[in-house]
Ligand binder design. Structure first.
Ligand code: IPM
Ligand code: MG
Length: 368
């Protein structure tokens, strides 16, 4: 079985971190009885420069045909002034929308070696392991109308639309409950049912799915603002948090920062399985394009590499191989290797390539 992988490096540090991921793919095909066929294409600002659009039909066709997409990052100051529909971010949104990637898995894990790097006290974050399940193809990101119109008095009026259907809520709730069964068996569902009718429906549907299909999982409901506060007060109370697209965007950044490891966290975006069991998927480091350090060999490749570990786990069902890669990353951190973003006194400062070298060596050791 040869897996067909599309690499979309994108902008900023995206190309550097995906190049390192490609080396890890090489290690797996040489050592672990896995075969990959990779192709690359452009997305984001670089796609706009070359083709005049942040995502082209030709790229989308490759993405739809791939077994998995590995994504770098998009955006940068260079493209800040572009009209809305040409902005680099629209490339990512088109991928999410057209591939139907409705389930976004964002683990917020505090690596033991980095517990002192958090802006919270180490005892609050040590051992933290939260999974945010963010709905990714609905809500205010995609709701229509989405427009700016002119009013007769010369003012402008902007509208974004928050919209959810029963089916959209059911399928994301199921993903959250199923994943919770493999972890701490607790789901907190975050919405604003006190002010939003989408929140009212969200709470109703999540409760129904829970009661009918997942009574063995503990479900709690929390207002999204309180959830944001509880995340900094006592983050270890959470196991899985399921929430809508916009709240998920905000809460996942907050949760990532808690861990002190924001440059280290991966994510998976998954679609619905088709009749043959094929599931569209895209894996992406949650850090952005970091234009300030792009092209300097300084970027931390770990988030991109751990995104490939998620790909092994979720797209290829290779749980042992995924765990091996996660262990290798833990090992290099324990051995003191640090890129600039996570540098601490007394540790060994390395660049992008040297960090990957260390991970490849750790893979050799752990597997041999
Ligand atoms: C994210 C990002 C994106 C989002 C941007 C780049 C469109 O912030 O993946 O969290 O808002 O979803
Ligand atoms: Mg975000």
């Amino acid at each position: 079985m040869t897996y067909n992988i599309l690499l979309l490096p994108g902008d900023g540090i995206g190309p550097e971190v995906l190049e390192e991921t490609r080396r890890v793919l090489g290690w797996y095909s040489a050592n672990r009885n896995l075969a990959f066929e990779t192709t690359s294409d452009l997305v984001g600002g670089i796609s706009f420069e070359t083709h005049g659009a942040p995502a082209t039909d030709a790229m989308m066709k490759k993405a739809l045909a791939a077994d998995a997409v590995l994504f770098g990052a998009v955006g940068g100051p260079k493209w800040d002034k572009l009209p809305f529909h040409q902005k680099p971010e629209q490339g990512l949104l088109r991928l999410r929308g057209d591939l139907g990637l409705f389930a976004n898995l964002r683990p917020a894990l505090c690596f033991d070696a980095l517990k002192d790097a958090s802006s919270l006290r180490p005892e609050i974050v040590a051992g933290l392991d939260i999974l945010i399940v963010r709905e990714l193809t609905g809500g205010v990101y995609f709701g229509k109308p989405k427009e700016i119109t002119e009013l007769p008095d010369g003012q402008k009026r902007a509208v974004d639309t928050q919209v959810y259907t029963t089916g959209e809520i059911e399928r994301i709730a199921r993903v959250a409950f199923e994943l919770a069964r493999l972890r701490g068996k607790r789901v907190a569902s975050a919405e604003k049912s006190n002010v939003m009718v989408t929140g009212v429906l969200w709470r109703e549907v999540v409760t129904r799915v829970h009661d009918k299909e997942f009574p063995d999982v503990a479900l709690s409901h929390i207002l999204a603002d309180n959830c944001a506060m509880q995340l900094v007060r006592n983050p270890k109370q959470f196991d899985v948090i399921v929430t809508d697209n916009l709240f998920g965007d905000v809460l996942s950044d907050e949760a990532a920062q808690l861990t002190g490891s924001i440059g280290m966290l991966p994510s998976a975006s998954l679609g619905a399985k088709d009749a043959n069991g094929r599931q569209p998927s895209l894996y992406e480091p949650i850090h952005g394009s970091a234009p300030d350090i792009a092209g300097k060999g300084l970027a931390n490749p770990i988030a991109a590499i751990l995104s490939f570990a998620m790909c092994l786990r979720y797209s290829f069902g290779r749980v042992d191989d995924a765990t091996l890669l996660e262990k290798a990353v833990e090992r290099v951190l324990a051995d003191g290797y640090r890129t600039g973003d996570i540098m601490q006194a007394g540790m060994t400062k390395v660049g992008t390539t040297a960090m990957t070298d260390a991970i490849l060596k750790a893979l050799d050791k752990l597997s041999g």
